[in-house]
Design a protein around this ligand. Structure first.
Ligand code: SF4
Ligand code: SF4
Length: 618
C-alpha cells in the first residue's frame, strides 16, 4: 500500500496485536504441554548431518508427501513452497502498512521476486482448489470426517493468493487496490490465530518435528530408570510424543497403509496420534489419569503387528511405534494387561526360553536329526536358528535347506547347542523384564562361545539382535540369509520355475531396507511377479508384534488378506523370507484349491542343487 494514512497504520497495529495475542492464546497450551512433558530418555540431537539431510529431503523437497500420493502430494508441496515464497512478501506487505515497504518493484530483484511469487500464487490457487475438491467431493475414506475448518482454511489460502494477484497486476482503480490490500491483510490476520487451534498447526510444527524426531526406524526408546514403566499416565508422555501428537495433519496416510485398519480392527494409527493430542488437550500437564481409556484404546493398541507402515508413511514425522509400544509397556509393566495368550507366552519364555513353551530337548533332537554341525569358533558363520528355526516344522525345513546351500557353497557354519528366544515378542508386547533377561543371557552365551558373525533365517531375530539388544551389550554382526545368498547367487545352479511372487517381510523391508537381496535370489529361479502391495508399501502377514502368539479376534484375518494379494499375481510359487510369514501364509492357503507352492528363498536355492528333491509345499 502506498502512503498509508496514520489512522490506517494505527488500525493495522491494533489488529496485528489482537491477531498475535489470539494466536499466542491458542498456542500457549500446546507449548506448555510440550515444554512440560517428560524429556525423552536416551535422546541425542547429534549427529546433525543425517538430521539436516532428512530435513532437506522431507521438508524442503517434500519427497515423502509427493512419492506416495503423487498428485495430491504435489498439490500439497506447491502450497508449502508457496508459503515459503510468500514469507518475504508477507513481511513486505505488513511493513508497507506502516509506510516502510521493504522491497521495490522498481529494482531488478524486486521485479524477479514479486514475479516469481505471482507464479506461485497462481499455482497455489489451483493446488488448493484441487485439494478442496478432493477433500469435499472425492472424499477418500482415510481422510476421515469432513471438517468446516478445513474448508475455511482452504478459502483463506485461496483469498490470499487471489488478492496478491490483484495487487501484482494492479487490476483495478487505486481505491479498489486499497480495499484489496485491506482484504489481504484481514485474511492474514484471521489466518494467524486459526493455525494453533487446528490441524494446520503442522504448518509451524512439522519442520521442527521432522528435524527433531528420534533417529532410526520404529526404534523402541530405552526406559529412563527403574521407575519408568512406559506410557502409563499423562506424566509419562514425553516431549517427542507430545510434539508429534500436535503435529499430526490428519492426512490418514498411516491409516491407509495399516493392515489392522484395512481388515476391520479397532486400531487406527491416526487415532493413536490424535488420542494423545486429545488426552493432552483434556488434561493438565503431568496428569495422573491413565492414558488407556477415553482417548486411547487398550484393545486397539494390542492389535498392532508393529509392521511399521504407519511410521514409514507419515509425512510430518509422527513415530507411531514408540508410542504404541510405550503404551503396551505401560499396560504390561504395571500388570494391567490381562490376556490369557499373552500371559502364557510370558510363562513359556520364562520356563522354556521360547514362546511356544517347547522343552529345549526338542531343539537338541532336531540338531542331531538334521546333522547340523556345532559352532566351535573356527567356522565362518554361526547360524542362529531362532525359535521358529529350532521348534517349528516349516522353520526347520528352511534351516535344513539353508544348511544344504551353505555346504554346497563351502561356507563353513555351525549352530549353537543352546539358544534362548531373542525376546522379540516380549519386547514388542511391552514386557521389558522378560526381554532384558533374554537379551542379557544370550549376549553372555555368544560372548562365551566367541561368536564373531551370525546369520539367521528370521528377520525378527536379525532386527532384535542387531538393534534391540544394544541396550544390554554389543552383539556380533548379524545378517539375513537372503543377503548372504544374494552375494553368492552367481555360484548357485540356476533352475527356472515359472512365475514367482515375493512377499517383503516388514522386518526385512521397512525395518532393514533390504528389498533387493531376496529378489536377486528369486530372479535366479523364475520370473518375479510383484504383488499389489510391495517393497516399502508391502502389506503385513499379520504375525509381528507378538500377534503370532496372540491371534486376531476382530475383522478379517490379516494373513488371508495378504495371501489373497499374493495369489492374485497368478504366480505358481509364493516365496517368503521369514518363517513367521511362511507360517501365516501356510495357514491361509490351507484348504484353498489350486494353491500356489509356498517356499522360503533358501528352499528355492536348495531345490536347484544337484540331487535335491522338491523342497516346497504344494
Ligand atoms: S505398525 Fe502396522 S499394524 Fe501397527 S499401527 Fe502401524 S500400520 Fe498399523
Ligand atoms: S500420524 Fe502422520 S500419517 Fe497419520 S494422519 Fe497424522 S500426519 Fe497423517
Amino acid at each position: 500500500m502506498h502512503d498509508p494514512a496514520p489512522a490506517e497504520s494505527a488500525l493495522l497495529l491494533v489488529l496485528l496485536a489482537l491477531s498475535a495475542a489470539a494466536a499466542w492464546r491458542r498456542f500457549r497450551p500446546v507449548w506448555i504441554r510440550i515444554r512440560t512433558a517428560r524429556p525423552d530418555a536416551g535422546y541425542r540431537l547429534r549427529p546433525l548431518g543425517p538430521r539436516l539431510a532428512r530435513f532437506a529431503r522431507e521438508v524442503l523437497a517434500q519427497a515423502k508427501v509427493i512419492r506416495y500420493r503423487p498428485l495430491p502430494g504435489l498439490a500439497h508441496a506447491v502450497v508449502f513452497w508457496g508459503f515459503l515464497a510468500f514469507a518475504g512478501v508477507t513481511v513486505h506487505h505488513l511493513a508497507s502498512g506502516f509506510g516502510f515497504p521493504l522491497l521495490s518493484r522498481e529494482t531488478a530483484f524486486g521485479r524477479a521476486y514479486f514475479g516469481a511469487v505471482a507464479v506461485f500464487a497462481a499455482a497455489v490457487a489451483v493446488a488448493i482448489t484441487g485439494l478442496a475438491v478432493r477433500r469435499f467431493l472425492v472424499r477418500p475414506r482415510w481422510l476421515g470426517k469432513i471438517s468446516a475448518e478445513s474448508g475455511l482454511i482452504a478459502l483463506l489460502i485461496f483469498l490470499l493468493m487471489a488478492t496478491y494477484l490483484v495487487d501484482y497486476f494492479e487490476a483495478g482503480s487505486p481505491a479498489l487496490l486499497r480495499a484489496n490490500w485491506w482484504l489481504h491483510t484481514a485474511v492474514l490476520l484471521v489466518f494467524l490465530p486459526l493455525i494453533p487451534g487446528t490441524k494446520h498447526l503442522h504448518l509451524a510444527l512439522s519442520p521442527v518435528t521432522v528435524f527433531l524426531k528420534r533417529p532410526g526406524f520404529a526404534e523402541i526408546p530405552p526406559l529412563a530408570d527403574d521407575d519408568d514403566f512406559g506410557l502409563d499416565t499423562g506424566k509419562d508422555v514425553t516431549r517427542l510424543i507430545a510434539l508429534q501428537a500436535f503435529t499430526c495433519v490428519e492426512c490418514g496416510r498411516c491409516t491407509e497403509h495399516c493392515p489392522a485398519a484395512a481388515t476391520g480392527k479397532e486400531l487406527d494409527p491416526k487415532q493413536v496420534a490424535l488420542g494423545f493430542r486429545d488426552y493432552l488437550r483434556a488434561h493438565p500437564p503431568g496428569a495422573e489419569a491413565p492414558l488407556l481409556g477415553a482417548h486411547l484404546s487398550e484393545e486397539a493398541i494390542f492389535q498392532c503387528t508393529t509392521c511399521g507402515a504407519c511410521e514409514y508413511q507419515c509425512p510430518v514425522g509422527v513415530q507411531h511405534l514408540p508410542a504404541i509400544l510405550g503404551l503396551r509397556r505401560g499396560a504390561v509393566n504395571t500388570g494391567r494387561w490381562d490376556d490369557d495368550h499373552g500371559s502364557q507366552l510370558f510363562v513359556n519364555l520364562e520356563r522354556h526360553g521360547n514362546p511356544m513353551g517347547i522343552p529345549a530337548a526338542e531343539r537338541r533332537r532336531f540338531l542331531e536329526e538334521a546333522g547340523l554341525p556345532l559352532y566351535d569358533g573356527s567356522q565362518e558363520y554361526c547360524l542362529w536358528l531362532g525359535c521358529m528355526g529350532a521348534y517349528d516344522d516349516q522353520g526347520r525345513q528352511v534351516v535344513r535347506a539353508l544348511a544344504r546351500v551353505l555346504e554346497y557353497l563351502e561356507i563353513s557354519f555351525g549352530v549353537l547347542p543352546q539358544e534362548k528366544c531373542t525376546g522379540d515378542a516380549a519386547r514388542r508386547l511391552g514386557n521389558d523384564l522378560a526381554f532384558g533377561e533374554l537379551a542379557a543371557e544370550n549376549l553372555e552365551m555368544l560372548s562365551e562361545r566367541k561368536v564373531r558373525r551370525l546369520v539367521s533365517i528370521c528377520p525378527h531375530c536379525v532386527r532384535t539382535i542387531s538393534t534391540d539388544w544394544r541396550e544390554y551389550g554389543e552383539a556380533p554382526p548379524i545378517e539375513h540369509h537372503s543377503e548372504l545368498l544374494a552375494r553368492h547367487a552367481h555360484r548357485l545352479p540356476e533352475r527356472r520355475e515359472g512365475s514367482i511372487t515375493f512377499h517383503d517381510p516388514c522386518y526385512l523391508g521397512r525395518y532393514r531396507e533390504e528389498y533387493e537381496a531376496p529378489r536377486a535370489v528369486v530372479r535366479r529361479y523364475g520370473a518375479l511377479a510383484e504383488p499389489e502391495r510391495t517393497r516399502d508399501r508391502a502389506f503385513c502377514c499379520g504375525a509381528g508384534g507378538g500377534l503370532f502368539f496372540l491371534g486376531e479376534e476382530q475383522g478379517e484375518r490379516i494373513n488371508r488378506a495378504r495371501t489373497a494379494q499374493l495369489v492374485a499375481t497368478g504366480a505358481g510359487t509364493i516365496a517368503a523370507a521369514c518363517p513367521f510369514c511362511r507360517s501365516m501364509f501356510r495357514d491361509a492357503l490351507t484348504g484353498r484349491e489350486e494353491a500356489p507352492q509356498l517356499v522360503d528363498v533358501a528352499e528355492l536355492a536348495a531345490r536347484a542343487l544337484p540331487s535335491e528333491g522338491s523342497a516346497g509345499e504344494g
